[in-house]
Ligand binder design. Sequence first.
Ligand SMILES: C[S@@+](CC[C@H](N)C(=O)[O-])C[C@H]1O[C@@H](n2cnc3c(N)ncnc32)[C@H](O)[C@@H]1O
Length: 210
Amino acid sequence: MKISKRLKTICDLVDKKTNVIDVGCDHALIDIYLTKYNENKCIAADISENAIKGALINIEKYNLTNEIDVRITDGLNGITIPDNNTIILSGMGTKTILKILEDTNNINNLIISSHNDLYLLRKNIIKKGFYIDTEAIIEDKKIFYTVIKFKKGKRKYNHYNYTYGINLSNKEYINYCIEKNNTVLTKLPKKYVLKRIKLIKENNYLKKHL
Ligand SMILES: C[S@@+](CC[C@H](N)C(=O)[O-])C[C@H]1O[C@@H](n2cnc3c(N)ncnc32)[C@H](O)[C@@H]1O
C-alpha cells in the first residue's frame, strides 16, 4: 500500500498492537495502513460527513470494513478511550487539537502533527503531563511537517525546546527556521528591541546545530 512520506512517518511512530484513535481521519489511510501492517485496532473518527464517506469507501476497498471502527463525531466526543492506546491528531491546527484534548485523561501515547503554533502545542501538551518521546521533521512536496510523539511522564524543557523541538538534525529545516526569523527581523520596526533580541538569540541557537 502506497502512502505519503508524511503519513508513513506518523504510522512508523505508532507502537504495534496499541488501540488507535485517529481523530480527524479524513481518508482513513493511516487506519488502513496500521490495521494491515502494524497489528493495531483502529477507531477512525472525523467531524465531517464527507470525510467519513471517503473513509468508508477506502476502508471497503481494502476489505477492512469489519476491522476498522468508523465514527462521525467532534473530537473524542462519545468515544471511550481504551487501555493501551495511541491517539493520533494530524493535519489540524494547534487550537483545534488542544480543544479536542481539553477534558481527556488516560491517554498513553499521543502522536500529533499540527500545521501551526508548535510552541503553544508543546507547551500545553507538556503541561498536561506528557513528555516528548520522539520528533520527526519531514519535507513532503516542499513543505516541512513536524510529527511529535508524546508519552505520559515528566521531563524538563527550555524555551528553545518548546519553540524548535528536540530534534534538530534536519539541516534544511534549521535553515528554513533561520530564514523565517530573518524575514521577521527585516520587517520588524527597530523599536521592538526585545522581540529582535529574542529572534537573534534563537538564530544563534539554531546555527549551533548546523
Ligand atoms: C487536513 S485533514 C487531515 C487528515 C489526516 N489526519 C491527515 O493527516 O492526512 C483534517 C481533518 O480533520 C477533521 N477535523 C477538523 N476538526 C475536527 C474535529 N473537531 N473533530 C474531528 N475531526 C475534525 C476535518 O474534517 C478533516 O477531515
